[in-house]
Design a protein around this ligand. Sequence first.
Ligand code: DMJ
Length: 633
Amino acid sequence: MLIRKVPVFVPASPWGLRLPQKFLFLLFLSGLVTLCFGALFLLPNSSRLKRLFLAPRTQQPGPEVVAEVAGHPLAREQESPPNPAPAVPAPGEDDASSQASTRRRKVWLRRTQPTGTREMATAARSSGSTALRPQEGAIPFSFDFNAFRSRLRHPVLGTRADESKEPQSLVRAQREKIKEMMQFAWHSYKLYAMGKNELRPLTKDGYEGNMFGGLSGATIIDSLDTLYLMELQEEFQEAKAWVEENFHLNVSGEASLFEVNIRYIGGLLSAFYLTGEEVFRVKAIKLGEKLLPAFNTPTGIPKGVVNFKSGSNRSWGWAMAGSSSILAEFGSLHLEFLHLTELSGNQVFAEKVRNIRKVLRKINKPFGLYPNFLSPVSGNWMQHHVSVGGLGDSFYEYLIKSWLMSAKTDVEAKDMYYEALEAIETYLLNVSPGGLTYIAEWRGGILDHKMGHLACFSGGMIALGAEDAKEEKRAHYRELAAQITKTCHESYARSDTKLGPEAFWFNSGREAVATQLSESYYLLRPEVVESYMYLWRQTHDPIYRAWGWEVVTALEKYCRTDAGFSGIQDVYSSVPNHDNKQQTFFLAETLKYLYLLFSEDDMLSLEDWVFNTEAHPLPVNHSDSSSGAGGRL
Ligand code: DMJ
């Protein structure tokens, strides 16, 4: 037997090799491994293998990762973007070009320092933390921040005429109170939930939710511009530092295209336009790229959910059994996506939303109305439910704001807005027996005589749009805006807490009240104070500040807890039952609109800014002959 031939001092290997043979074999094997590893460096940078083995583990998603998502098989169904953004060099990939880009970045940072003496930009500058970390890369496109700022008609934070006139005025004290509420909301979040998406004030912990695909810090990003506006400098620096150090985009969950767009992209864009800090621009653009796979559908109408890992997309299960995209969702991308193109030079973002506009322009509208459900596959309406509240709301808002943001050059958006408003007036608008004007919901010709809290933004929208309507309609729209806002105020005034319910009805003698407990909750929503703010700016009728102050008082009484603000489950009960959630939009919108209501009109002047649907200010595209930069939005 073979075993007997093996000398006792040379143990047999399992493969029957002698020691010298084994040594030679191992030598050969290690040579092979070294060779293979070395060969990885010769592969092109785009190679998956190279990324897999050589990418540093802590690296944030660079352009390669984004490209992988965008290059998912579904993406290839789409034509390639007409003017794709130039590739961003991977960190350390090309020394010469990365040195050049560092130089460019330094020059850019010098050029883009915000102007103005009274603004928090001073603090941002002195913090010395504007530089991007190497792994964040840069977007090789320079945006002339100084030129942009010089085109604004007003200082960003206004001139504060009221302060110089009446330093101790009531309005100043009211504004300070709202600032204190913001500080309290922020500090509570920071204490118990820093980095999580939302604060749960009763359990004193954080909550991630399932809308953001694994992204964190929604409250931080939604708060940046409010902190800036209120000159909460220390808190703004805390928020910015978190974005720089901890806001990672290499996440792999399923995200709502709409929510990520309005909260994260909107928040980052505003933070950039207010401060000129490069980190906000870069992260907005990179996150925008991660959303692009949502548009890979036969019509280019995006689906509601995008998978950050696989790059697949799907519609919400509840949207006509997963067959439909939602009007308010795919119709509320226009403002942010045009700014992504403006700041990146990448036309793909603008192309996506222009295509949505094209589809909506062409499609037949029943009675001129826009139903809420559309198939992204066939491009047909899937159900004739029309609403200016949930599912429809911000689509209408983005039409009039696209017109305003384009410095009144996007005539198509303007026409679509006024045509839609006419149809809404004709088929949905009603006056109750008690004289309250409201916008009902339409189901294939049958009306639900109810208004959602969400629909209460429409008072502000109609006021905002009144000035550009045909001459003979202007006064009418101003009055309509005032009447709708009054109705929404009634929904607050008729509750025990003086906060409004989620939905209220006009039926059987009961007006502007919820009819069941399941519609009686208040989530810290902003829409009613949003309308007060626009109506105040339009009319300066003191009633709007009085109504705004009623909300402040009620929030303090019923929603303030030991550890932040919370929604309540029943506005008709004066013993509050808290829902344990401090919504991100409370800091982004409710407190911001309240603060603006008690500020001068030139703080974030409506001549210079439009607010996205999460109240993040985006600049109007003022172009002038000297800049040559305008006209793209
Ligand atoms: C916000 O996230 C936005 O205003 C959105 O358009 C609708 N709902 C919430 C606030 O209620």
